[in-house]
Structure formats: structure tokens, C-alpha cells
Design a protein around this ligand. Structure first.
Ligand code: SF4
Ligand code: SF4
Length: 228
């Protein structure tokens, strides 16, 4: 790693020192941002409420997401300030999925998180981290700079016999598939079934419900779990 690259990476890592957040750098190898940005900084922020099935409530889970968002927003501002000072081009991709029937975001935070060594795709089609399981909010900053890249996740670490997320899903959306790099979302989840469940509460809540039963059931990062 060149000295200059090393210095920027260290400065970014310093911003997250003494936090619970997990960060990783992914090389951008394809897609609409490939020509403009060399890397993605991926940030996994633990939800401020870490729920299991025994204490799961949608409203509390939603609070945990909002809490994580507030924490990460402050850190993203610090990184933006650093990158502006260094004169390095960056872009913060939108997390929202397009409501066009395909429900895809402009940049796959999850693909980049696996590439950045943060976690693997669980059988619930979300990134599972060793420490918090799937109970993290992912954020991304695309940066036109090279970094040292960690070993990516290329296969699932879900135990073969674990089907906790599959059994708990009220929409029967999960296909009980162990992820390998190269699989698509449709190999793992019937997204229309999941969206049917999450959008059902729109009239009542004024937003999609954060159905997260498949997060709460996961033994990784779950203080209630005896074994994985
Ligand atoms: S978020 Fe809810 S509906 Fe969607 S896959 Fe998970 S448990 Fe099923
Ligand atoms: S509940 Fe089990 S199968 Fe589902 S994501 Fe967690 S470890 Fe993987």
C-alpha cells in the first residue's frame, strides 16, 4: 500500500476508533459507479436496540434503526469533511429502493459489504455480521481512491441446519438457500412476498413496517442464543 493511501485509510479508521461500528473497504469492480469511483467505504452501525424474538416489537426495532441512522450521520459528515479537505471525489449513494417492481437501490450496499469483509448474505438475504448478526444498518460512501482491501466473504457462514429465519417469516419469502458469491437476490428470497408483508402496515403507520422477524431470530449476535 502506498504511503498516501495508507494515510487516508488511517485517518478514516481513526474516525471510527472507540465506536461499535464495523467498517470495511471494497474495490468497485463493476456497475454504474465503476468508472468514477475506485472504492466503497461500507459502515455497519449496530441498531441502538438489539432485539431477539423474545423482546421483538416492530416499533422498538424501528427506533433502533433511527438511532443507528443518527449515529452514522455524524460520522458520515466527518468523512465528508475529511474528503473535501483532501480534495478527493466521493458520492453518497441513496439507500432507497426504486418502487418500480424490481425494488433495487442504485448501489448494492449488501454486495459491497460482503466484498468489504463485513459479513455474508444470510438465508434471510441480509448481511450477517459475526458480532451483531443482521442487526446493523449499512451505509456506503463511494470514494475515488484506492485502499487496502480485506478478504471478502464469498460463501455463507450460516450453519447448514439453521432455519430460524425461514421458519419465522410470516410471508414464507425465504427460500432456505445458503449463499455463494454470484447468487442473485432471487436465488435467496421471493422479494414480492417480503414486500407484501412490509407494505401491509402503510395505512396504519404511514411507512412500510420494519418487519424484522428474520433479523430477530438470527442466533448471530443474539444475546438470548445458546448456540449457533
Ligand atoms: S423482513 Fe419479514 S417478511 Fe421479509 S423476509 Fe424477513 S421475516 Fe419475512
Ligand atoms: S437465522 Fe440462521 S440461517 Fe438465518 S441468517 Fe441467521 S444464521 Fe443464517
Amino acid at each position: 500500500m502506498s504511503e498516501k493511501r495508507n494515510v487516508l485509510q488511517k485517518k478514516i479508521e481513526l474516525i471510527f476508533k472507540d465506536t461499535e461500528m464495523i467498517i470495511g473497504f471494497a474495490k468497485i469492480k463493476e456497475g454504474q459507479f465503476f468508472e468514477q469511483y475506485q472504492s466503497a467505504l461500507i459502515i455497519a452501525t449496530p441498531y441502538t436496540q438489539q432485539l431477539s424474538l423474545s423482546n421483538y416489537r416492530e416499533s422498538v426495532f424501528h427506533e433502533g434503526i433511527i438511532g443507528a441512522r443518527q449515529i452514522v450521520e455524524g460520522k458520515v459528515e466527518e468523512i465528508e469533511s475529511l474528503l473535501k479537505t483532501e480534495g478527493i471525489k466521493y458520492y453518497i449513494p441513496q439507500m432507497a429502493q426504486k418502487d418500480d417492481g424490481k425494488f433495487r437501490a442504485e448501489f448494492s450496499f449488501k454486495d459491497a459489504a460482503a466484498e468489504a469483509g463485513i459479513g455474508w448474505f444470510g438465508k434471510n438475504d441480509v448481511i450477517v455480521t459475526e458480532k451483531y448478526g443482521p442487526r446493523v444498518r449499512l451505509s456506503a460512501i463511494l470514494i475515488d481512491h484506492e485502499f487496502d482491501y480485506p478478504q471478502p466473504f464469498e460463501t455463507s457462514r450460516c450453519p447448514d441446519n439453521c432455519d430460524k429465519c425461514i421458519k419465522v417469516c410470516p410471508g414464507h419469502a425465504l427460500l432456505n438457500v445458503s449463499w455463494k458469491k454470484g447468487m442473485t437476490r432471487d436465488d435467496i428470497i421471493d422479494i414480492t412476498r417480503c414486500i407484501k408483508i412490509r407494505s401491509a402496515s402503510y395505512a396504519k403507520l404511514g411507512r412500510w413496517g420494519d418487519c424484522a422477524l428474520c433479523f430477530a431470530a438470527c442466533p448471530y449476535g443474539n444475546p438470548d442464543a445458546i448456540e449457533k
